[in-house]
Design a protein around this ligand. Sequence first.
Ligand SMILES: C[S@@+](CC[C@H](N)C(=O)[O-])C[C@H]1O[C@@H](n2cnc3c(N)ncnc32)[C@H](O)[C@@H]1O
Length: 454
Amino acid sequence: MSVKRGQRVTLQIEELTTKGDGLAREGGVEIVVRGTVPGDCVEAVVGRKRRGRLEARVQEVLHVRLSRKEPFCGHFGTCGGCRWQDFSYSDQLRLKEEMVRRSLAARDIVPGEFRPVLASPSPLYYRNKMEFSFGRDAVGGDLQIGLHVRERYNLVFDLEACYLQSEASNRIVDSVRRQAVASGLSVYDLKTHEGLLRFLVVRESKVGGGGVMINLVVSQYPHEGIDELVHVVTGEVPEISTFVVTLHTGKAQVALGEGEYILKGEGHIVEECGGLKFQISPRSFFQTNTEQAENLYRLIRDLAGDTRETDVLDLYCGTGGIGLHLARESRSVVGIEQTVEAVEDARLNAQNNAIENCTFISGKIEDVLSAVWVQGKRFDLVVVDPPRPGIHKKVLSALSDLAPAEIIYVSCNAESLADDVSELLLAGYRMSVVQPVDLFPQTPHCEVVAVLER
Ligand SMILES: C[S@@+](CC[C@H](N)C(=O)[O-])C[C@H]1O[C@@H](n2cnc3c(N)ncnc32)[C@H](O)[C@@H]1O
């Protein structure tokens, strides 16, 4: 029986999508039901079709597998962020483990050992970076600063408070909003590409007191109104150690740009992680949950075993987090990363931590990897930590040719991990260990570390 829009159906939720929504099957089609998890049974009304799947809205809950609790945030349901805050933290971990198990099983990957999810030390206020967007209220046109409405990348809601960063971060949002309104500053419009204010990025050191950095992304600078805003906001929030204004005139909605102006402080913060100090500039990638990143890096070091005689290749190395943690107990480390500023920071991080056996190369791995080969260097251990889409096909095939004894794959997307690992299994590897690590409590995202051995 085919399912039609507007129809009321009883759905047994079977799976989780990669976004953490429940998935049911009815009449030969897949139906996504927000706010449900496998084992739930609901009456729902079928809505529109998106990306090959129907969506349905819950009308009545017939059976819940995991009990829900009162959400702690007033933006729950609107915000794309903490979607799982109505589950206890232990149930969130259980769901994450199920997602990883399912992704591997769907590709017939059977790990030697599946370890339980490593819980985050802090389930709230754990983020060292938040990226807020500017927008306008659809009715009154008032300036807003907030996060994106779920699944609506061009719609922002006005943030009252967020429980993922610090209390200072909420005061910064509030101060910037008040001053922007007082000065009558305009908001960048995604359709007309006119207007000034685009993003407000707050980055703060969580360990060791290395400062709070604001990166305000605007479409025009120099600008007197911005100078005034910086003056007022830094006066109101004394925790701000550095204020950067990024000029971004392009149409792409990203918090990067063509010019950076440091209006207060050094233009970077310093974070401590695993006994090392990391300099983080506005463009650098750094794991957003510092305390749990420390556990992640320790785990990678433990999984790597005795590396004193090992040359390590750290692919997608960012500011060098993994490589620098391995370097102290390895013969050498080569890191490759596309973002020039992150590579500069990685080199500086090595220098500041008196680590001398690391080399960092900037460029897209698929372009520069062969040059590393040409130098005739062999690597016994390769660590890969790619972005969500996974490893570039060229890099996967180069890895198979290089054939290191061990690959440690760090992934923020179990689906792409499973796809890439399938290829590596064909090249003669086996997955000896898999360990999910929760870097993102309250959300359905989960980091996974997998060890592949020949
Ligand atoms: C998940 S982060 C890894 C960060 C790092 N391992 C750490 O722990 O801090 C992924 C990194 O890959 C980089 N990246 C993405 N695509 C790349 C490519 N094709 N070549 C090189 N680096 C790339 C991004 O700039 C980002 O820094």
